[in-house]
Every structure is written in structure tokens, then in C-alpha cells.
Ligand binder design. Structure first.
Ligand SMILES: NC(=O)c1ccc[n+]([C@@H]2O[C@H](COP(=O)([O-])OP(=O)(O)OC[C@H]3O[C@@H](n4cnc5c(N)ncnc54)[C@H](OP(=O)(O)O)[C@@H]3O)[C@@H](O)[C@H]2O)c1
Length: 277
């Protein structure tokens, strides 16, 4: 192995990667990083308004990317999207499940007890994260099974290892994603092909749309007590930045991790390792 061979492992030219939630904060950044490494990228989202901006960030390689409308909770829309992507790029090599999130209505707090959480909000969070990962795996995993080759990368969370206070449906769903990642890794390898791998990353705390209301004060933008507590429990003493994900994401999508399947990699500045003392 030398530096040239190593770099070749991370050359994604000719590889097509689908990213659900591809217009979101982390999904959009991952999409740009993949295009930067030569991949064809299909940005999937239910609302494509922000896609234009992401495509502009990809210049001069924006011709490698396409934005396609799909709802991760609607398998038919995913199948339609898969058709469009295959017509444009041919095969699908990889899938990144970045659609997910939480909402205030499904979060306990001083004005909302566990007993009062509306079923609709709990269902929304649970389904978006859990089924919103399973359905794309069914649609794009089938394409990979037919080819006998492919890579799936799910996004779990710190809340999967030990549940975070307040965010119960999100924590339960992310624990489900870690469990499902292991299940699907075994199933794909045994039932279809050992050349289909399924892994996950578990990001720590990255300041984005889904958690801003928990980490920053609505009015002044100051860090909330919860935000401060997270920083105190993160040995690296900061929130994550999207680029902190790139090394692990590219590794897990590339042949550099050819013998790795069924793992959940924390990218958390040491949060999950810290006992608090
Ligand atoms: N930020 C963090 O600290 C952190 C930590 C651990 C894990 N994660 C996970 O990382 C992933 C990305 O998070 P993020 O922070 O980048 O969140 P984000 O900015 O809210 O991105 C999520 C994207 O998913 C899209 N989406 C929501 N429902 C959808 C649906 N039914 N069909 C298709 N797309 C849908 C959203 O579109 P709309 O804008 O239209 O809703 C948005 O573009 C999520 O799974 C999240 O749980 C984040």
C-alpha cells in the first residue's frame, strides 16, 4: 500500500450514491464531499427548494449531481426516484440514509410531560427515523441485491447507545436504526451477497435545524443549559462540524472498509467514552 493506492480507494468516480435528506444540513455536506471525490450523487428529499444552493456549492462538478423528489415514508415515491436515478446514472452503488430528525412536540419539557406528548408527534418522529430508513433500504437494497454489490450507510445517534433526556421517540428510533443496521448487514451478506455492506455512523452533537431549539436559546441565541451540559460532557469541548463526518463516511462507503459490516461508528468528540468524572 502506498499513498497512490490509498487515494485510489477514495476515488468514487463512476460510483452512484443516493442520499436521502440530501438537502439537509448533514446530508447536503456529505453530498458535496462525495461529489468532491468524483461520485455521481442523487440528492433525495421531499422538498427540493434548498437543492439549488447545494448544487451551486458543488461547482465545478455540479453535473455529477441530480436532485430528485421523494418522501422516505412513501415507498412508491422512492421507487419512482430510483427509476429516475437509474435512467440518469445506470447502477446505484451506495445509499446514505440521512433523512431523519426530531421535533419540539415530541420532546418533554417544563410545559409538556411525557403523559401529554401527542401521539401524532411521537408517531411522526418514530416513523421518520425508523421507517424512513427501512423503506429506502428496501427500495435501493433490492437494486443492490440484484447486482450482488452495494453499500448502505445509516445515521444513528448518541441517543441510541444511552437515551438522551427529553427526546424519547427519537432515542428509541435511533436505537432501532443501530439494531436494524446489524440485522440488515447480516441479512444482505447471508441472503444476497457478502459484497453488500451495511453500516452506520452515530454523530455526537452537531448544531443543525433538528436540535437548534434544544441547544440554543430561541431569543438571544445563547447556549441553553442542555447545550452547556453537552459541551461539558464532550471531552473535545465543542459541537461537531459537518466535515468531522467526512473521514468515517468516505471510509465506510469506500473499498477501504471492504471487510467492515454491521458496525456503528461514533463521531462524537469522545462523548460516548466519557463517564463524566
Ligand atoms: N444534527 C445532529 O447533531 C445529529 C446527531 C446525530 C444524528 N443526526 C442525524 O443525522 C441525520 C441528518 O440530520 P441533520 O441534522 O442534517 O437534519 P436536517 O438538516 O433536518 O436534515 C434532515 C433532512 O431530511 C429531510 N426529510 C425529513 N422528512 C423527510 C421525508 N419524509 N422524506 C424525505 N426527506 C425528509 C428534511 O427535509 P425538510 O427540511 O423538508 O424537513 C431535511 O432535508 C438525521 O437522521 C439526524 O437524526 C443528527
Amino acid at each position: 500500500m502506498d499513498a497512490i493506492e490509498l487515494a485510489r480507494l477514495y476515488d468514487f468516480s463512476g460510483q452512484t450514491i443516493v442520499i436521502t435528506g440530501g438537502t439537509g444540513s448533514l446530508g447536503g455536506e456529505i453530498a458535496c464531499a462525495l461529489v468532491g471525490c468524483g461520485a455521481n450523487v442523487a440528492i433525495l428529499d421531499r422538498n427540493l427548494d434548498p437543492a439549488q444552493h447545494i448544487l451551486e456549492l458543488m461547482e465545478p462538478r455540479r453535473n455529477l449531481a441530480v436532485a430528485v423528489s421523494a418522501d422516505v415514508l412513501d415507498p412508491e415515491s422512492l421507487r419512482q426516484a430510483a427509476k429516475v436515478i437509474q435512467e440518469k446514472f445506470g447502477a446505484v452503488h451506495g445509499l446514505v440514509n440521512a433523512a431523519g430528525g426530531n421535533k419540539p412536540q415530541a420532546t418533554t419539557g417544563p410545559n409538556q410531560s411525557f403523559f401529554d406528548l401527542p401521539p401524532d408527534a411521537l408517531r411522526w418522529v418514530f416513523e421518520l427515523n425508523m421507517l424512513g430508513t427501512m423503506f429506502p433500504c428496501q427500495v435501493f437494497g433490492k437494486i443492490m441485491a440484484d447486482r450482488g454489490e452495494g453499500i448502505i450507510l445509516n445515521i444513528s445517534s448518541m441517543s441510541a447507545f444511552r437515551p438522551l433526556t427529553r427526546v424519547l421517540a427519537y432515542s428509541a428510533a435511533k436505537a432501532g436504526i443501530s439494531n436494524f443496521t446489524q440485522w440488515l448487514a447480516v441479512h444482505m451478506a447471508q441472503a444476497y451477497s457478502p459484497r453488500i455492506r451495511v453500516n452506520a455512523i452515530a454523530p455526537g452533537f452537531f448544531l443543525t435545524q433538528q436540535n437548534r431549539f434544544l441547544l440554543l436559546d430561541e431569543k438571544g441565541g445563547e447556549m441553553t443549559a442542555r447545550g452547556k451540559s453537552i459541551i461539558e460532557h464532550t471531552p473535545m469541548a465543542r459541537f461537531g462540524r459537518a466535515e468531522d463526518l467526512f473521514g468515517a463516511v468516505l471510509w465506510l462507503l469506500s473499498p477501504a472498509s471492504a471487510f467492515v459490516t454491521g458496525v456503528v461508528v461514533p463521531i462524537d468528540g469522545g462523548f460516548s467514552a466519557y463517564g463524566g468524572v
